[in-house]
Write a protein that binds this ligand. Sequence first.
Ligand code: NDP
Length: 265
Amino acid sequence: MKKFAIFGDPVIHSKSPQMQNAGFSYLNISANYEKFHLLDGKKLKDEFLKNDFYGANITVPHKEEAFLQADFVQGVAQKIEAVNTYIKKDGKIYAYNTDAGGFIKAIKSFGTIKRVLILGAGGTSKAISVALKEENIEVIILNRSKNRLDFFEKHNIEAFSWDEFKNIDTTFDLVVNSTSAGLKDDYLPAPKEILEIVLAKSSFAFDCIYGKITPFLSLAKSFNNEIKDGEDMLLYQGVLAFELFSETKADNLLIEAMRKGLRGK
Ligand code: NDP
């Protein structure tokens, strides 16, 4: 039986095991995917190899450390400098970032998108901004503080703090909340005055937070934006990781089996 895990701190609430195990069951693959509570990210590679895992996902706060410890970093993850998926081949660790591709798949349902405003500048924002840029979509970042903006400058992505966001073309097709505002509170991810200007002209709003209508999505809806929460992003990052774990291409039936697993049905 092949062993898989999700490493994180905390990891207790992760839905990845139920989603990945649903995929393995659907394909009758003998595998087990479990939670691994890892406090010290420096021990990630050791624990991954010592426990004989074949593959893993890595979640907050270890994605950057996972990038540093991998033997080979594949694809867009090289630019993002953070990874969420490990595969072991010939004793070496190959690392990927499927958050990026998962987000791109999740916004496909909106149709054509040319210009995106991303609220927030954390790990998720880095992954999705680089992913959008790879698709030749224009991206602007708006963050509460000036901290964390260096990464975007390095990748030629325009990034502003709230008080710098003036004299900017505020026409966007899509506005994305990649902050944790709205997760456990009822904050908006940016000042209401700015959001109202932007959402009055945008068509679509996406929140990386899943399973609830956040204050951001409610506001976007009041401006007639088509809204979507982060469930599909979570699902598709999992599907892309599953394809790597199982070396199969996921069809719609497998994706729906994983969605049911994710929802605990
Ligand atoms: P980080 O901690 O790396 O980034 C947090 C960002 O949010 C920072 O830019 C921070 O600004 C900003 N922020 C935090 N609180 C507020 C607030 N009250 N108002 C405005 N800005 C705020 O988080 P992650 O990137 O790891 O995760 C962000 C969100 O995305 C989480 O809610 C997470 O649940 C969700 N997520 C969803 C996924 C999915 O598959 N659907 C996958 C990954 C994450 P500052 O720099 O000023 O501190």
